[in-house]
Ligand binder design. Structure first.
Ligand SMILES: [Ca+2]
Ligand SMILES: [Ca+2]
Length: 114
């Protein structure tokens, strides 16, 4: 009986440690903002450090078709993310809370196109 209890404790501790490491993993899920900016430069054809609609479309097109399905449209990004209404999107705007509010979303875009 005591061994069953001890096993229960061990399994319990194991589950807690798994849950904690999962939570830590979520903490590091956010892509590095410098890496993100460097990645976006690849799509910045005219070198103005911002992505216009055509450049955004190139970025979306770089993703696989199934990733594109979850990423949404270039127009959608422009509408949602162009905080200063400049018709272009900077790396900062792309990583803002109104554009990609969660690390999971940021990581999704990063892994899809970078
Ligand atoms: Ca540009
Ligand atoms: Ca802008």
């Amino acid at each position: 009986m005591a061994t069953v209890f001890a096993r229960g404790v061990v399994v319990g501790l194991f589950l807690v440690s798994v849950l904690m490491s999962t939570a830590q993993a979520q903490g590091v899920m956010c892509p590095d903002s410098n890496a993100f900016e460097r990645c976006l430069e690849r799509f910045d054809r005219n070198g103005d450090k911002e992505l216009d609609l055509t450049e955004l479309q190139t970025m979306i097109d770089a993703a696989s078709w199934y990733a594109r399905w979850t990423l949404g449209s270039a127009e959608g990004y422009m509408k949602r993310c162009d905080a200063n209404d400049s018709q272009t999107i900077t790396g900062m705007e792309l990583m803002s809370s109104s554009c990609l509010p969660t690390c999971v979303q940021q990581r999704g875009l990063y892994t899809a196109v970078c």
